[in-house]
Ligand binder design. Structure first.
Ligand SMILES: N[C@@H](CCC(=O)N[C@@H](CS)C(=O)NCC(=O)O)C(=O)O
Length: 206
């Protein structure tokens, strides 16, 4: 059975839990990181030298970096579903996964820490407003990308929906500056119909 190491309130862990659920793969999850610790031990660092979560163990295979884990799970257990077999569709899904981690993650993390009041990481009203404006610019790109599509890479859910699908739910909860994005709203509603999204993203908090 798959083993997923990482606390269940971590955004990067939750993306992986959603992916495994979409694939119908049973998993055992252990609380590692945050208040649980365990991610600075020699054993953990041998598996994941970053000392971050999540880490996936699938038999002899160990994978870290949440989006790499989602790609691995898709390729192994979801060819034709989460993992598009058409190379062009797969590139499209890949693109939005990279966009999430390089483009959305910075301002989204700023909003989260500001909301939580994390010492040393919470922003000022000005920096929060700037992060929110930046996010509106980025979500506008996805709004256009979703034109005529039910999901990010076409008419079915793929791995490309998972990373930005996590952030849209958080952005809806945290951002004050939320223009109308009809395509994004319809996509978000579609995601909310899915068991894994409901359980690991919507019902699991911010
Ligand atoms: N790029 C990495 C980032 C991993 C990351 O930053 N994980 C955070 C939790 S979301 C972490 O491990 N923080 C330290 C901790 O929980 O102890 C990924 O996508 O897996």
């Amino acid at each position: 059975m798959l083993k997923i190491l990482g606390r269940a309130n971590s955004s990067n862990v939750r993306k992986v839990l959603w992916a495994a659920t979409e694939l119908g793969q049973a998993f055992e999850r252990s609380d590692v990181g945050g208040p649980f610790g365990g991610n600075d031990t020699p054993d953990y660092l041998r598996m994941n030298p970053t000392g971050l979560v999540p880490t996936l163990i699938d038999g002899d295979v160990i994978v870290w970096e949440s989006n790499a884990i989602i790609r691995y799970l898709g390729a192994k257990y979801g060819a034709g579903s989460l993992w598009p077999t058409d190379i062009a569709v797969r590139a499209d899904a890949d693109k939005w996964m990279d966009w999430q981690i390089f483009t959305l993650a910075g301002p989204m993390t700023h909003l989260l820490h500001s909301h939580m009041g994390t010492p040393g990481r919470a922003g000022t009203p000005e920096s929060i407003a700037a992060a929110e404006s930046e996010l509106v610019k980025h979500w506008t790109v996805l709004e256009k990308g979703l034109e005529g599509r039910d999901f990010i890479a076409g008419d079915q859910l793929t791995m490309g929906d998972i990373p930005p699908g996590f952030f849209i739910n958080r952005w809806r909860q945290l951002a004050k500056n939320q223009p109308e994005f009809p395509n994004i709203s319809a996509w978000h509603e579609r995601l909310k119909q899915r068991e894994g999204y409901k359980k690991h993203i919507v019902d699991a908090g911010i």
